[in-house]
Each structure stands twice: as C-alpha cells, then as structure tokens.
Design a protein around this ligand. Sequence first.
Ligand SMILES: [Fe+2]
Length: 239
Amino acid sequence: MSSDCKGSSNDPPPKKDKPKCESTRHEPTKENKPCKETKPKSKKSSEPTQSSQHSPDSLGKTERQTLQNFHEDCIDKINTQINDEIRSAYTYISMASFCTQDNVALFGFAKFFTHSYKEEIEHMEHLIAYLNKRGGQLRLTSIEAPSKQEWNTVEDLLTEALHMEKQLNEKLLKLHACASQHGDANLTDFLEGRYLQEQVDAIKTLADLLTTVRRTQLYLVDRDLMSGKFSMHGNDNGE
Ligand SMILES: [Fe+2]
C-alpha cells in the first residue's frame, strides 16, 4: 500500500490518513474532499489578519469604511442634537402624563403630547441611523430631567412646548450651518429634507394652538385635539 504512494521502502510507515490525501491528488473525485477541507484550516491559522477580523476583541476597533467628508464638529453637533431630541421627548411625555391626571383631564392634549413624544423619539432614531450610515460614532450622554413637570395653565404648558421647539430649531440651524461650512452637502440635504421643515411646522402648530387656547373654551380645544385637528406636520389648511 505504501509503495503505491511513495515508491520507497525506506520511508517511515505512513500515517493512516496520508495515503488518502496523496492518492486523491491523482483522482479528482469525491475523495478530494478531505484534503480540501484540511487546507483552509491550516491557511486560516497562518493568517492572523483574517482571524483577527472575526475576533470579538476587534469589534468596533477597525477603521470606519463609510467615513467620508464627515467633519468631527458635525458629528459632535449631531450627538448633541440626539440628546436634545431625547430630552424633548422626556418633556412631551411628562406633559402628556400631566394632562391625563384626574385633576387635569385634558385627554385631547394628552393625545397631542404623546404623539409629539413619539415624533421626538423618531427624530432621535433617524439621527442615530444617519450618524451610523456616515461612519460617525454615537456618544450618548445623561438626559437632563425636564425643568418643569407641573403647569398652572394650558397656556404655560404650550408656551414651554413652543419655546422648546424653537430651541430645537435653532440648534438644527446651527448644525446645518456647520455642515455648510465643511462642505457636507449630504448632511445639509438630510437636514433640509427631514428636519428643518418639520420644525417650522411644529412651531406653527404650537403657535396656532396657543392662540386658539387664548380665545376659545378649553374643553372645545381639547375636543379638537382628540379628533386630530392640530398636527405637528401642519394644519388643515395645508400649511
Ligand atoms: Fe424633534
């Protein structure tokens, strides 16, 4: 048997597996399988770069491949914006909860603020997805509690919401200016298409609501809110 493979009687007796491999080189049949399987195994162990790519220790430590024309200032500002969106979500959920208290019972307002809360969470999620897509790093920080969690009047409540949306808009405009300054057309396009118009719509809706509350009976406004008359995405007149 050994003379078939090596042709020398002085050679040490071959291991049981060896003739199998040697012989399969001349027979390209299903017998090739064991040799082919053993080859990649030895190759894998001799290529540390390939194995380190799959090592859990290297996760997230390699270069970001999508990173291109994404300035660190813009990444910082997006991270700040993410925190601001979560903070405004906090405030809106606090407002919604306040409106559902039995001694407040403004369920239309509660519905409106719960919807606003969900929108802020969506804004945060889209910013995180965008940051990741561009090769930026998410850096979450502590979320500050809302400055107020009880209000004396609905006017106070709406005034605070309006102020908060204006602040969000101001920061988005600064982020847009940062993107322009660094020639980041993709970021300016993203902000223009998704965020800036929504902010203007939200500000208009809250301002309209505030005016309506000032001149109408509260329960009528609450009923309108329950039926979805006021929306952060614009009003019935298509604005
Ligand atoms: Fe937002």
